[in-house]
Structures are given as C-alpha cells and as structure tokens.
Design a protein around this ligand. Sequence first.
Ligand code: MGP
Ligand code: SAH
Length: 273
Amino acid sequence: MVVRSSNDSDRQTDIAMTRASRRSKKRTQILKRNLKIRAKRRSSNESQATISPKLKNYWLQRYSLFSRYDEGIKMDDEGWFSVTPEEIAIHHAQRSVAGGVVVDCFAGMGGNSIQFAALGYHVVAVDIDPKKVEMALNNTKIYGVDNYIDFIVGDFLQLAPCLKGNVAFLSPPWGGPSYKKTENFTLDLLKPVDGHTLFQVAQTITPNIIMFLPRNVDVCQVEELSWLSSPPLNVEIEENYVRGFLKGITAYFGKTAYWGVTQETSSAHIREV
Ligand code: MGP
Ligand code: SAH
C-alpha cells in the first residue's frame, strides 16, 4: 500500500495544475498564431481582390519585391510593375561603393532608396508624383530607414543641376510592361527623355552613375554612353536574375564600375548576377 502524506498530495495537485495551465497556455498561443495567420491571409486575399488582373503576375511576386510586404507596404499600379525586386536593390546598394550620398533620381515606391539607406548611405529620393512619394515614405518607415532619406517631389531633369551626391541611381520609366515587345530596346525609348540626355543630366551630379535598364536593352548603346564623358568613363554591365529569371540589366559607370572594365568591353563580357 502507498501512503501519501498531505504534502505529497499537495505536490501532485500542484504538478497537475501546472501541467493543465501549461496546456492551456499552449492552446492559447496556438489559437493566437492561427488567428494571426488567418488575418494575414484575409488581408492578403483582400489586396488580391483589389488588384487588376494585369498586375496579378507582380502581386504573386510581392515578397520578392518587398520581403516585408505584409507589414503594410503601399503600391500603385506603376509601382507594381516598376519596383526593383528587393534582392536586386540590395545588390545595387552593395555596389554603390562611391557612396556617402546617393541620389535616387526616380525613386518610385522606394525599393532602391530603402536598400541604399539600409546600408548606411544618405539618400536623396526624387519622384515627380507626390502620391508615389507618400507611398515610398510609408514603405521606408516599415523598413525603419526613413530618417536616412530626404524625399523631393519634382522633375529630376529640372532638379539635377541643384543636387549633390556621390552616386546617381537611375531607374527611369521604360514605357510600361510592354517594353518587352521590342526585341532591341534602344535608349530613345526610355522616359521621360532618351537615355543619352538622361545620362548627360545625371552627369551634372556625378560621373558615378548606376542605371537599371530593361533586359532587352541595346547593350552597345549603353556602352557608348561612357564616351559622353571626357575622358571616357569606366563602364561595367551586368545581368540581374531573381530565382533564375532575368529581370533587368544594370550599367555601372565611373567609380561604381569597380571591376575595372573599360568601354572596350564587348557585350560578350556581360556578367551574370
Ligand atoms: P517585367 O518584365 O514586367 O516582369 O519586369 P516579369 O515578372 O519579369 O515579367 P515576365 O513577362 O518575364 O513574366 C521585370 C522587372 O523590371 C520589374 O520587377 C521591375 O523591377 C523592372 N521594371 C519593369 N518595368 C516596366 C519598369 C519600368 O518601367 N521602370 C523601371 N525602373 N523598372 C521597370
Ligand atoms: N526604382 C523604383 C521604381 C522607379 S519607376 C523603385 O524601386 O520603386 C520610375 C519612377 O519615375 C516612377 O515612380 C515615376 O513617377 C518617376 N518619374 C517619371 N518621370 C519623372 C521625372 N521627370 N522626375 C522624377 N521622377 C519621375
């Protein structure tokens, strides 16, 4: 026969109660987690419902555009198809070695500005559309980098002569998703002005220029841009992939072309990243 003292039975009761309370705590935690997941799915489905079918392809890639998308990222239609995928924007920031101050000349939703600021650069972010600047500011707050970015609403072409910076980052409009209909995207198709004019305007800020361009861009024309400066600038061209898909081409000029490739490079030397 087992005789239990009252102390023993108290201890047993305590153990049983602790177990029960642990079980109930765990149940509450699981319940809360499930509720959170359901809320996220609901808000995600709601935002899918408000998105136009033409943009669905981009919505499906939302986490590769902004990994913190679910925390309240704001986008408009042009933003959906123009924002630089996060992985590529991080890479652009890592390549801004001449940094200090980076001028993001066509800031859009802030995809690039966020990553420049996250790496410790001070960013001057310009966009002509005040609504986009509002959204970009919201997005930079989500990434906790808004203190490192000065937003300017205005026309980059007009503002450039008054801007100072160590790197000018150009990610201009390519004329919408239909850019890929042409086999050879020539620089005159860029907006709001042709690529040569844009490059010349950017040079009033600095020769250290990074351009994010369509994957079908005429690479020979891009290389020729380096001749617009005297003496000619170094130039380096790379392809940018996300999960094996080619998303765009980046041209680095001046000190940002740190692989030391000069304008003699033929398009056969394009690096893949
Ligand atoms: P895409 O080719 O329209 O998308 O744009 P995707 O999913 O590769 O299309 P698919 O047809 O291959 O399925 C690819 C990337 O280019 C986008 O994620 C943007 O970063 C960039 N991009 C596209 N457009 C139309 C623009 C633009 O007008 N300006 C800028 N700066 N970037 C753009
Ligand atoms: N890299 C950005 C996307 C840029 S899309 C991102 O990751 O979010 C191109 C942007 O250029 C658009 O937001 C558009 O409003 C802006 N834009 C067009 N013309 C402009 C001009 N003249 N000056 C400044 N911004 C302009």
